[in-house]
Design a protein around this ligand. Sequence first.
Ligand code: MSP
Length: 480
Amino acid sequence: MEINNMEKFYITTPIYYVNDKPHIGSAYPTIAADVLARFYRYAGVPTFFLTGTDEHGSKIERAAKEAGKTPEDFTHEISAKFSFAWNSLGIAPDDFIRTTEDRHEKVVVEFLENLKKSGKIYEGVYEGLYCIGHEAFLKESELDPSGKCPDHKTKPEKLKEKNWFFKLSDYQDILREKITSGEFQIAPDFRQNEILSFLKQRLEDVAISRPNVKWGIRLPWDETQTVYVWVDALLNYISALGYPNGEKYKKFWPADVHVVGKDITRFHCIIWPALLHAVGLPWPKKVFAHGFFTIGGQKISKSLGNIIDPNDLVAKFGPDPVRYFLLREIPFGQDGDFSMEKLDARYEGDLANGLGNLFSRLATLIAQNLDGVLPDVVKSPKSLDDTDELIRDLRFNEALSRIWEEIAWANKYIDETKPWESAKRDRKLFEEVISNLAALLNEIAKKLAPFMPDTADTIRRALSAEKIEKPEPLFPRLEK
Ligand code: MSP
């Protein structure tokens, strides 16, 4: 659909577990979602961008205990760290939902009552292996040879408990149908194929409640059980909108894109649409699964001590370079490796020597040769409209690389046309070169705005000033 005809755009990130403070792995999808939200907002499409925190369940209960705090105090503290980090990264969600808020808990209860009425809920006993790290039952076949969870390196707990179940097995065919027809999209394609091949096996029903977890929302019809934390969490996408009667719910549901990590696609591509379908709600339009970062080739983990705090990166580089780096370095959807060396290199190369240099050369030429007054700006000699489609497809690194082609072109154009010489010889030529460059830099700033909002703003303000001055560097040299 043409962007001009879009009625609305609703984008979400996963809600983050508050067992630990944010790290670059959680910053990654949140920055990506912010870029898309800004892209649509700037295009005039009514946009809603939701993020938040996932605060119930055993994992959080345990982390609070270890910290010697009540779960209420603990979740409150850590959730605030997420809002703080997002704010310092220039991330501007329209709402931040916490699953411990009343507005969320009320919706969970109402949704579960409706689910119960659907007849797709029954009582049973489950015997299995529960991994608290995943907050999910694992199959024997999913464990490593020593019987541990391969992701968390911990032995799952053997549980035999009474649960309420959801008849997920009834949704196998409709899931396959809607995915294959493209009505429900999963991107990138290889993730869609993974889900489709998973759907070849018979789906098992899932437990939607837990008897021995206190830190959760009570099941409305059985006070001895709390709602399974994943069901609780998924419902954030509609609770924040005020399901079932809220104006925002009516306007924004279904979600246009759920951005999620590749580790949680099954929850979003199988359980979530089935739950919605059971109570007669529309499915999300698309789930996009991004890849994972490693640091120097290693998984990011607390025990390896390699967690990078986004606040430290922002303190050193500022928010825009961090946003740029994370989306430029690795194709969104693929796995990739993070390193400080790569970040330094992009900062020096693409930012300081590329965009920063272009901006400062141009503004200085105007300040020194034109008394700060820009000649009439013509239409940009080049268009970057082709980046729009790349952004809409979440191909952020390609969009950025395209923008940087023009930055390189413009720097070369200055080298070759040597405007500091024509300024003395041929005013007409000089003014033409300058106005071409200013138009192009404006175009670059416009396309860059969703990614690097502050930088784009600085450039555009400088170029529209009545008297343009020799600017401060956009990306100052960093001390080694
Ligand atoms: N609380 C659930 C999501 C519920 S959504 C209804 C959860 N939380 S999480 O905090 O563990 O992870 C949130 C997201 O961060 C996931 O999408 C995950 O993929 C992402 N990442 C966590 N570590 C990451 C990397 N090292 N690299 C990239 N993304 C990573 O799952």
